[in-house]
Ligand binder design. Structure first.
Ligand code: GLY
Ligand code: MN
Length: 458
């Protein structure tokens, strides 16, 4: 936890931005897996963590700007809780750690909100991304889940704070990135033909566990890298294949790292793998070179797509005018996702507020296949932390679909593409912060990125 002044300052800034109203923060509870007492690993809500710092189940908080009150609601542990789960600080002690002096039992939250509603005051809440939040809102405010409408003003004010990472947050993200880098380096060193994907997963997750860090998202470690979010780990890695890893961890305070690597299952790349990898590597390096304040992230995405189209034209996979191909969306055959996303207390930071608020500064997203998957497009500002993760994939079902529709015949050489259906996918990913005049890679550990560097570590 940061020192209490950090949380006090964050709440003071938020109150100033909000001006008036009652703001409800629902912390996360334990979530059952297959029966009540068997739970998923506990994760506190990130906005609750940001403003109230406490990673304990069963808490809620209110910031009542009109009455200038900050209250944490929760229950003291029963003797049964203590016998089974151990002791915890009292509610008062927990609240004092983050500079909140007023606490109330959970049962009084409903009374407080009912009184505010009676006074004609609006209760602002955040998007309920868990069923438990929907049930609580129904119980507390009498609004059925389908009618629950998060407060845009509330989300916007929080986003405008959380989006700029402070020095102490950057130090946490650096820590997450260093352990994330160690996870990747361990995997890159150990993978050999004949290994199961899950053996690599076990090695990476052990690195996180040895640092007392949790995963920041479900690990991807697969010979089927053409499936963007592939969470199956049961295949055997075979000579001649590529192996794609997308994995990261979060610090004890919840700050995330997120990196991707692609390595040959053999110690060296084949000539065909190297040719495609080198294009992906150019997409990555050119994108990083373009990062600085004032640049729109969508323009960096366009740059990465153009670099790819030029490279794939050299390989005979694409043809035609590069700019037209990218504008019309033909590149999405090979690169159907965005260039990256914000990162912080969530690996896709604040994605529960919606991609358009966080990634587009409230602007509209494209509906075009590929471009619609940009999670980040807005102008970059100092303090923004985000990923750079271009990719090149050969997705047999997409190839068959578009070929059957005669789609983008002016830009895609389908006869050549047919011969790549067994290729898989390549993605590499690093994390960056925008500085006063450029960008800095997060963490001090470098993960091999070029084919030469990858082969040297294998
Ligand atoms: N690391 C997974 C993703 O960025 O979607
Ligand atoms: Mn990512």
């Amino acid at each position: 936890m940061f020192k209490k002044e950090t949380y006090k300052q964050r709440r003071a800034l938020l109150k100033k931005a909000l001006g008036s109203g009652v703001y409800l923060f629902l912390g996360n509870d334990e979530l059952s897996l297959n029966y009540a007492d068997s739970t998923f690993r506990y994760r506190q809500d990130s906005s609750f963590l940001y403003f109230f710092g406490l990673s304990f189940a069963g808490l809620s908080a209110i910031i009542d700007v009109d009455e200038d009150k900050e209250i944490i609601f929760g229950n003291e542990l029963t003797i049964d809780d203590i016998v089974w789960m151990g002791v915890q600080p009292t509610l008062k002690e927990k609240s004092e750690m983050v500079g909140v002096t007023h606490t109330e039992p959970t049962v009084d939250l409903g009374t407080y909100l009912a009184r505010a509603q009676k006074q004609g005051r609006e209760i602002h809440y955040l998007p309920p991304y868990r069923p438990e939040h929907q049930l609580k809102l129904m119980d507390l405010l009498g609004i059925k889940p389908a009618a629950q409408k998060a407060s845009y003003k509330f989300m916007e004010a929080i986003c405008n704070q959380r989006i700029y990472k402070s020095d102490e947050e950057l130090a946490e993200i650096d820590k997450a990135c260093n352990v994330t880098a160690q996870m990747h380096i361990a995997a890159m060193k150990m993978l050999r033909p004949g290994m199961k994907e899950y053996e690599v997963v076990a090695e990476m997750e052990a690195v996180a566990a040895r640092n007392n860090y949790e995963l920041s998202f479900a690990t991807i470690a697969t010979i089927n890298g053409q499936t963007l979010h592939n969470h199956y780990h049961g295949n055997t890695a075979k000579s001649g294949q590529l192996f794609l890893i997308d994995a990261g961890c979060e610090t004890e305070m919840g700050y995330a790292g997120d990196m991707s690597s692609t390595v040959p299952v053999d110690k060296t790349f084949t000539a065909r793998q190297k040719a495609v990898y080198d294009i992906q590597n150019r997409m990555h390096l050119e994108s990083v070179k373009a990062l600085k304040p004032g640049v729109s992230y969508e323009s960096v995405y366009d740059l990465s797509a153009s670099v790819m189209v030029d490279g794939l034209k050299d390989l005979g996979l694409m043809k035609g005018n590069t700019e037209d191909a990218v504008r019309e969306g033909a590149h999405a055959m090979f690169y159907p996702h965005g260039l990256g996303h914000m990162m912080g207390l969530d690996v896709h930071d604040m994605e529960n507020f919606g991609e358009e608020l966080v990634g587009y500064a409230g602007g509209k997203k494209s509906t075009q296949f590929g471009r619609k998957s940009l999670r980040l497009a807005r102008e970059l500002e100092p303090g923004f932390v985000f990923t750079i993760e271009p990719g090149i994939y050969f997705i047999p079902d997409l190839i068959d679909l578009w070929r059957g529709q005669n789609k983008f015949m002016d830009f895609i050489n389908y006869d050549v593409l047919e011969t790549y259906k067994d290729f898989g996918g390549i993605r590499n990913e690093e994390d960056y912060v925008i500085t006063k005049d450029g960008a800095r890679r997060m963490g001090s550990l470098y993960v091999p990125l070029t084919t030469e560097e990858v082969e040297a570590i294998r």
